[in-house]
Design a protein around this ligand. Structure first.
Ligand SMILES: [Zn+2]
Length: 423
């Protein structure tokens, strides 16, 4: 049972996978609901009026016909709109949800991790994570290409990130309009997660009016859009209102900071955080999260000690020779394996994760990277340095029975090595 698939553990990372299309569908549902409300209300009013007139005996047949025709036209119009919405947005989103749920369902049909179907499933998951990573780092074209080649378009969120890019692009050129439209589309959901993005955007628009010294407009704007937030944001509003008196050239710290253009970068970050929160997307790429889990099971204190590096360990491989906070390193023993700079590649990601907890540790030969056990026991030099018998035998065969420790340089006959017993 050692190879059993942990369904629960695997699903931990999959919430956004289902959430993104669900959020999409929720928006489409809201739109159709609005259409229904808008069209059916007048129909109900007309019908009630007809009934009332009929009861009072004041109903004119020609007028009644006209009114009924108008009602039919409205309902037909509604039907057309709903059908169109379903065709262009509703059905495609449902297809995406179905494809994703079916993909997740696959997980419960595999026997164990040696099932070849499971391997295929895991490959698809890795492709999804790669697309997620490329999308988050702004490489939309690459993401599209991977998704197309692997046939996983319905399993990745290219549309969402295209939208994010469009809105962030607008913020970069100092326009809040697009982001505010997004806020209004997601009003209810944003309120639920207590997002203050809309306030931040409104505040920025107010600041921009003050920057242009359009004070009349700025006052009108604050009445229309800022006052609504006074219950939760009164101090910020009062602080910002002082900009009516302080021009952009002010040297007064608190107001100078409000005019600072770096606020736009903060808005970009706030926007992205809000989109991620709304869709339960993690702030970090899913690929990183999956790697963290693996890296924390590999990371050992010895990864940061130059003379105990393991050739097969991805953390050792990039750990560098520079001192790593909290890990004593021996700088008098520089090794050719290490980089002169800080951690590289996976070792850099590994910096963030805790050390692994091994109840039963394995001993690994630092020359071959092979595990040392009873079949390949550790052999000790007189100095105490230990390497695998496999590595020593190979070295002895090449050097006429002489073995050399790569750490201390000591040379001895193979026969002088002592076998070490693991207890
Ligand atoms: Zn290591």
């Amino acid at each position: 049972m050692a190879h059993k698939i942990s369904e629960e553990g695997t699903l931990l990372l999959e919430q956004p996978f289902v959430r993104v299309p669900y959020e999409n569908y929720r928006k489409i549902f809201r739109t159709s609901q609005k259409h229904v409300e808008r069209e059916l209300q007048p129909v109900q009013t007309s019908a009630a009026k007809l009934a009332k007139d009929a009861e009072a005996g004041s109903l004119q047949p020609a007028q009644a016909m006209e009114s009924i025709d108008a009602m039919i036209a409205r309902v037909e119009n509604l039907k057309r709109k709903l059908a169109e919405l379903n065709e262009t947005a509703g059905k495609p989103t449902q297809d995406v949800m179905r494809a994703r749920l079916q993909h997740l369902h696959g997980l419960s049909t595999f026997q164990d991790i040696t099932d070849p179907e499971y391997n295929r499933w895991a490959d698809t998951r890795l492709d999804r994570w790669l697309v997620d990573w490329t999308l988050r780092t702004g490489r939309v074209e690459t993401a599209r290409e991977i998704a197309r080649r692997k046939g996983i378009e319905s399993l990745v969120d290219i549309d969402l990130f295209t939208e994010i890019r469009r809105i962030e692009g607008a913020l970069h050129v100092h326009s809040c309009t697009e982001a505010l439209a997004w806020c209004s589309e997601n009003k209810v959901a944003l309120r639920k997660i207590k997002s203050t993005l809309e306030f931040e955007l409104r505040l920025q628009e107010f600041i921009e009016l003050c920057r242009q010294r359009s004070t009349t407009q700025a006052i009108a704007y604050s009445k229309k859009h800022l006052i609504a937030w006074q219950e939760t944001h009164l101090p910020q509003i009062q602080h910002a209102l002082a900009l009516l008196a302080y021009a952009p050239g002010t040297s007064c710290g608190p107001y100078k900071r409000l005019y600072d253009l770096s606020r736009w970068d903060t808005l970009v970050r706030s926007f992205r955080n809000a989109v991620y929160a709304l869709n339960t997307l993690s702030p970090e790429p899913l690929l990183h999260l999956a790697l963290y889990a693996g890296l924390s099971s590999l990371k050992l204190r010895s990864c940061y000690v130059p003379h105990s590096k393991n050739a097969d360990c991805p953390i050792c491989d990039g750990a560098g020779s520079g001192p790593v906070a909290g890990h004593p390193t021996n700088l008098s023993h520089p090794t050719s394996l290490s980089h002169p700079t800080g951690p590289q590649g996976l070792a850099k990601l590994a910096e963030e994760v805790p050390f692994s907890h091994h109840i039963n540790s394995t001993i690994v030969c630092r020359i071959t990277g092979n595990i040392m056990d009873e079949d390949n026991p550790p052999m000790a030099f007189p100095s105490g340095r230990v390497y695998s018998r496999g590595a020593m035998e190979e070295m002895a065969a090449r050097n006429g029975g002489i073995v050399t420790s790569p750490d201390t340089g000591e040379e001895v006959e193979f026969g002088e090595l002592r076998k070490v017993f693991i207890s």
